[in-house]
Ligand binder design. Structure first.
Ligand code: NAD
Ligand code: IPM
Ligand code: MN
Length: 358
């Protein structure tokens, strides 16, 4: 019998601000999960964003991209920050991330938001409204106004183009309907079809894909302004929410009000051969360098990474350990505690070892 453990290669892109701090904790937890479940992860670290600009004059250096294209999975901390706000628009740290998503073909960005009873008690919203929320935002990630051309700024005006093709909408709609089949059987498609041509096309295509290929899944359409109100007032009405790149960006930060912090929201960006895993939050310049950021969003992104590798038991162990830390602490300041980033990462890693021993 072959006893060589399975080995995965992981490209780690810590990035800027709190990115390196939360990435270190995600890596620690991945190592603990691999050790406990008997597989191996070989990591290599590469600069991206502001760190890429500083190291190689490019927010996505060639060597970083090549390592990502070769890896089994990519983990990214966060990019951006005030040090690079003055660089040319096409050289900004954020452009590196957008290019990486495009080059990986990562068109489907999954952003789950779940609110346990323990979190509901700490929510800035009424606990009885948010407890039990369990929704999945499926955000289109490589199209729409983030990528549409023409796009220009002159001395006197600037414009972007919100553009979607039928094929782009069909493929993201299928991802959303497939997830609904595995979850609560409902899809809410969010657009601005009463104003935007790209949204009118979006709505028609989602409706057709639903009727033709997923008649068993309930589909509703909401305008994005109405959807924003419902996310706050009645989040439990949602199962899978499918939407375009810009609306999904805004709605996912809005949904962070439900658990009460961006420090808990993970994401997976899928579609190509290699998945990209990153917390929803940014580089949090206000917290950077203070060992104060919540690493759980990064750690839960690592759990999604393990799922994508087929290591479901390891992913479950990570999530169970995170649930225990959310319920009993230690907690960083965003959850009302005084613990550090490293305290929380250490508690999750220790919890995995304990869980898998019992
Ligand atoms: P941000 O997400 O960095 O921070 C928003 C707020 O949430 C801040 O108050 C911050 O302290 C808090 N927060 C974020 N992450 C947290 C964590 N892990 N624990 C506790 N609190 C946390 O958004 P911003 O301030 O608008 O942007 C800062 C920089 O990050 C910008 O350069 C922006 O472009 C970039 N950004 C990058 C990504 C990414 O890399 N995926 C995502 C969003 C923003
Ligand atoms: C996110 C971020 C990015 C986005 C930026 C940094 C390019 O806000 O991942 O949500 O807008 O997609
Ligand atoms: Mn965002």
């Amino acid at each position: 019998m072959d006893s060589t453990p399975t080995t995965y290669t992981l490209a780690l892109l810590p990035g800027d601000g709190i990115g390196p701090e939360v990435t270190a904790e995600a890596e620690r937890v991945l190592d603990a999960a691999a050790e406990a479940l008997g597989f191996e992860i070989t990591t290599s670290e590469h600069p991206v964003g502001g760190a890429g600009i500083d190291a190689a004059g490019d927010p996505l250096p060639r060597a970083t991209l090549d390592a990502c294209l070769d890896a089994d999975a990519v983990f990214l901390g966060a990019v951006g920050g005030p040090d690079w706000d003055a660089v040319a628009p096409d050289l900004r740290p954020e452009r590196g991330l957008l290019r990486l998503r495009a080059r990986l073909g990562a068109f489907a960005n999954l952003r789950p938001v779940a609110v346990s009873d323990a979190l509901a008690e700490r929510s800035p919203l009424r606990p009885e409204r948010v407890a039990g929320t369990d929704l999945l935002i499926v955000r289109e990630l490589t199209g729409g106004i983030y990528f549409g051309l023409p796009r220009e700024r002159t001395a006197t005006e600037a414009y972007d183009t919100m553009r979607y093709t039928v094929l782009e909408v069909e493929r993201i709609a299928r991802v959303a309907f497939e997830w609904a089949r595995k979850r609560g059987g409902r899809v809410t498609s969010v657009d601005k079809a009463n104003v935007l041509a790209s949204s009118a096309l979006w709505r028609d295509v989602v409706a057709r894909v639903g009727a033709d290929e997923f008649p068993d899944v309930a589909l509703e359409h909401l305008y994005v302004d109405h959807a924003a109100m419902e996310v706050v007032c009645d989040p439990r009405r949602f199962d899978v929410v499918v939407t375009g790149n810009l609306f999904g960006d805004v709605l996912s930060d809005l949904a962070a009000t439900l658990p009460g912090t961006l420090g808990l929201l993970p994401s997976a960006s899928l579609g190509g051969r290699t998945g990209l895993f990153e917390p929803v939050h940014g580089s949090a310049p206000d917290l950077a360098g203070r060992d104060a950021a919540n690493p759980l969003a990064a750690i839960l992104s690592a759990a999604m990474l393990l799922d994508s590798l087929g290591e479901a038991d390891a992913a479950t162990a990570v999530r169970q350990s995170v649930d225990a830390v959310v319920a009993d602490g230690p907690h960083t300041a965003d959850l009302g505690g005084t613990a550090s980033t490293t305290d929380v990462g250490g508690a999750v890693a220790d919890g995995i070892a304990l869980l898998t021993l019992t």
